[in-house]
Design a binder for this molecule. Structure first.
Ligand code: HEM
Length: 139
């Protein structure tokens, strides 16, 4: 065969729900991330947050267009969020995907999460030609 076209394992909506539920369960047990999320999300608002995250990842992976939001603006208002926390977030996300999914699918989630985290970090913390202090408060 001159070449082979490889097909990635397709993800299902159910798998997205499982990934999101397992990931945020880890986040809520994490020494660094838990306090940030617990401050921002009231106990009875978790189902709302998780539902948003199902929509978000469905949009990213399946281009379902279900998520309608502005995550950059939301993260600008997250109290205590620091640039260094993204590495921790990404490690937990990657570990969750690798626990649950075949390697090709886990790698696809990982790539997307890293790309999105990079753009969030740039948007939230990078100031051209200046000090990297942030987030700037919207004035
Ligand atoms: C250090 C890393 C991060 C922290 C601490 C963090 C924290 C949070 C918190 C506390 C919220 C809820 C805010 C609220 O409802 O008031 C939130 C929402 C959200 N986060 Fe993150 N986040 C991080 C990274 C990421 C990354 C890398 C992604 C995507 C790959 C992401 C996607 C989202 C989305 C889609 C929402 C919902 C926004 C909306 O309300 O429409 N976050 N995050």
């Amino acid at each position: 065969m001159p070449y082979m076209i490889e097909h990635m394992t397709p993800v299902t909506e159910n798998q997205i729900v499982t990934l999101v539920d397992n990931f945020y369960a880890k986040v809520r047990r994490d020494d660094v991330l838990a306090p940030i999320f617990e401050r921002a999300i009231a106990p009875d608002s978790w189902p709302v947050h998780l539902a948003k995250m199902y929509d978000f990842w469905s949009g990213v992976m399946l281009t379902s267009g279900r998520y309608k939001g502005n995550p950059m603006a939301v993260h600008m208002r997250v109290e205590g969020l620091e640039a260094g926390m993204f590495a921790r977030w990404l490690t937990l996300f990657r570990a969750t995907a690798e626990e649950l999914f075949p390697p090709d699918l886990a790698a696809s989630f990982r790539e997307k999460s890293e790309r999105i985290a990079e753009s969030f970090k740039l948007g939230l913390f990078y100031r051209p030609g200046g000090l990297n202090i942030a987030p700037l408060s919207p004035t």
